[in-house]
Design a protein around this ligand. Structure first.
Ligand code: NZQ
Ligand code: ZN
Length: 385
């Protein structure tokens, strides 16, 4: 096992109908900004419950954080925070709203040029403080509710924004708040969580048994409860397990002391930025092809994944790996998430644009071993056509 530090300070408030407890968790004298997206939380009543939970506190609202939140939109919130002296941020929504709120928390007290905060990649951004933030998560997918990362879109790119100062103070996970999700967003969430696990697990072995067994458990849970949730949207137990799976997939626990890949995400981000394909859809496109191309580097873990996640025990090593990739791709398709570039109208001649964008963004040495060059990315994208 590799060396690691692990610290996760986010308080999780899990379960149905607990939003009244906001009153205990938000400082009584706070000036709160509630941030949300395009209106789903207004339509389904979540926003009203949040307002009630905040009681007599001074509350501002900022609406309109779009999917793949944009720097320019978030800077409008930053202006209001600075102008009105907001001192506590509450995100109510999916990954985009939670991520956008993290950016606002970092940017509002930042004295320098705010675009600097998009330039650190996976390293911590150069901030010495951030506003306290918390979340009410309405879409199980990103894990943003219990991690220190965000992704912000700006000028044709998607940029990670990471800092230990950006962990939510607390996050409400109420499975019933996810009942209103459209089926395709549920499916996206299942795929995103699945790929978060495998980017930290299908790498190379380092003898990290707890992390591996936990990763396998989350994957098996997703394979079980994903289809149950889609078939029966008000199945509380399925929703609850889906929600906690997505949180545990990217809260740092399974990633401690093990190699990470993240190539699927980095290539996928360019597909979203260039073609507007949903985040999870890009992952479903890239992952199966990436595993085909990187079979040798990932051989030992792909075999472990085949056996322990899909119960594939017969056949040669090659056949078992093929079956594992095939089962994964069919799983995504069975959820309704298409896995080919051509399914989204992207043509062979557009692959060059993706390679140019990866190169422009410095994504030239990806993977757990840093040897995934733009040429390899090209092979992966060609394999995904
Ligand atoms: O905007 P509203 O009206 O709220 O509608 C949203 C949005 O249209 C809707 N929605 C959310 N909760 C709902 C609901 N509709 C009905 N009922 C509900 N309960 O769903 C749509 C998509 O929301 P979005 O927040 O964009 O989805 P998701 O949670 O998948 O977040 C995707 C973003 O997270 C980033 C992605 O890059 C992308 O920008 N990621 C963040 C990560 C992190 N912070 O650690 C890691 C991930 O890998 C990912 O990159
Ligand atoms: Zn993701």
């Amino acid at each position: 096992m590799q060396q690691f530090d692990y610290h996760n300070p986010t308080h999780i408030v899990f379960g149905q109908d607990r939003l009244a407890e906001l009153d205990n968790l938000v400082p009584a004298d706070a000036h709160v900004m509630v941030l949300y997206g395009g209106g789903s939380v207004q339509r389904n009543g979540t926003l009203e419950k949040v307002r009630q939970g905040l009681g007599q506190r001074r509350v501002s609202e900022f609406a309109g954080i779009e999917p793949n939140p944009r720097f320019d939109t978030l800077m409008k919130a930053v202006e209001v925070v600075r102008r009105d002296g907001v001192d506590f941020l509450l995100a109510v929504g999916g990954g985009s709203v939670m991520d956008g709120t993290k950016f606002v928390a970092a940017a509002a007290p930042y004295a320098g040029e705010e675009t600097d905060l998009l330039k650190s990649g996976f390293n911590p951004i150069p901030i010495s403080g951030a506003l306290p933030l918390a979340t009410v998560a309405t879409l199980p997918a990103t894990g943003s509710e219990m991690n220190m990362g965000a992704v912000v879109s700006h000028e044709g790119g998607k940029f990670p924004v990471m800092s230990p100062l950006l962990f939510p103070r607390f996050s409400f996970l109420d499975p019933t708040l996810t009942f209103t999700l459209p089926a395709h967003q549920v499916a996206n969430g299942i795929v995103d969580a699945f790929v978060h696990v495998v980017e930290q697990y299908v790498t190379f072995p380092v003898g990290a048994q707890v992390q591996d067994r936990t990763a396998e458990g989350i994957l098996r849970a997703l394979i079980e409860v994903g289809p149950q949730t889609l078939a029966n949207p008000t199945d509380y137990d399925a929703r609850a397990n889906l929600m906690w799976s997505a949180t545990c997939a990217l809260n740092g626990f399974i990633g401690a002391g093990v190699p990470h890949d993240w190539s699927t995400h980095m290539i996928g981000h360019e597909l979203t930025a260039l073609f507007g394909i949903d985040h999870a859809q890009t992952l479903a496109i890239v992952l199966p092809s990436l595993w085909q191309v990187r079979k040798e580097q990932k051989r030992a873990k792909l075999l472990q994944y085949a056996e322990r996640v899909w119960d594939i025990r017969d056949g040669s090593e090659e056949q078992r790996i093929e079956q594992a990739i095939e089962r994964t791709q069919s799983f995504f398709e069975s959820l309704g998430v298409k896995t080919r570039l051509s399914d989204y109208g992207v043509r062979a001649e557009q692959i060059d644009d993706v390679i140019k964008a990866l190169t422009a963004h410095g994504m030239v040495a990806l993977s757990e071993t840093g040897d995934l060059t733009p040429d390899v990315s090209r092979d992966i994208l060609q394999g995904a056509l």
